[in-house]
Design a protein around this ligand. Structure first.
Ligand SMILES: [Fe+2]
Length: 276
């Protein structure tokens, strides 16, 4: 039989446990950035692009729970990686348009040798955000591509409109591309179900936040995807396309992260024929 003293001790332990998990997921983990380095092997990558680096920042969601100082810290961490290219995969704000200008101001400090490219997410006010980011020198790709040259060789950097909030149009996006490698930014990873038939080599996505809350031995109970937790985070191979889903930087709906740390990713491109 449980004594009164044992019951009180157990109850106190449970309350302390809940408070610890609460503090960790509200105060600590949302600011505990994980830096990931990943090699992406691309078929027929031109020699000039061997070793090219791409830093990805996603789902910043600047709002009162994701303050400007934290965005600044993320920008500095990305710049410290000295990437050749920076890819921003959407959802710059959460909740109010008032956050667009300050987040764009911080993102204007991003430095990449060959350009900063962006797509928009389902939380972005499309026209305003695209306009402000463009004025900050960021190349916003909404259903379009550009060739990126190194000497006389090139590959394509493309971006699609958001699957939920926009009109994702892969035909328009890729029209005029040839057999050179294609790297695509897509906010929503669910788009892979269409992208994988288009010959795109590498997709960078975000949107899911890795579920934002991941339960040990279970995974994320809630992922905003029609495929559930299938594309929650990480690397995927679909047909001949590689997709990486970044867990993002900020938070939405609930200001917590649990076993889904904010993430900055650095990709290094390699020709798939090169040995490790
Ligand atoms: Fe998001």
């Amino acid at each position: 039989m449980i004594s009164r003293r044992m019951f009180i001790q157990g109850a106190c332990g449970s309350v302390l446990g809940v408070m610890s998990v609460g503090s960790y997921s509200y105060l600590l983990e949302p600011r505990w950035i994980e830096l990931k380095s990943i090699i992406i092997k691309i078929h027929a990558l031109p020699k000039q692009f061997e070793g090219m680096t791409i830093a990805q920042l996603s789902d910043i969601h600047h709002c009162k729970y994701v303050p400007r100082e934290f965005v600044r810290r993320c920008v500095r961490k990305v710049n410290a990686l000295s990437p050749d290219i920076i890819a921003l995969t959407g959802d710059y704000i959460y909740g109010s348009k008032e956050f667009i200008s300050p987040v764009a101001e911080e993102l204007s400090e991003l430095k990449a040798k060959e350009g900063v490219f962006a797509v928009l997410g389902n939380h972005d006010c499309k026209d305003i955000t695209a306009d402000i980011l463009s004025k900050k020198g960021i190349c916003v790709l909404i259903n379009k591509h550009i060739p990126l040259y190194r000497k006389k060789d090139y590959l394509f950097i493309a971006g699609v409109d958001d699957l939920w909030a926009g009109k994702l149009d892969l035909e328009t996006t890729l029209k005029g591309t040839d057999d050179k490698p294609k790297i695509l930014l897509s906010h929503n990873p669910d788009a892979i179900e269409r992208i994988k038939y288009t010959g795109v080599d590498f997709v960078m996505a975000g949107h899911t936040h890795g579920g934002q809350v991941c339960l040990p031995l279970y995974g994320p109970p809630v992922v905003y995807s029609k495929f559930g937790a299938r594309y929650a985070s990480g690397l995927f191979h679909e047909e001949k396309t590689i997709m990486y889903v970044n867990k993002g930087i900020g938070v939405s709906n609930f200001p917590v992260r649990f076993f889904a740390r904010p993430e900055i990713t650095l990709f290094t491109l390699q020709n798939s024929l090169q040995s490790v």
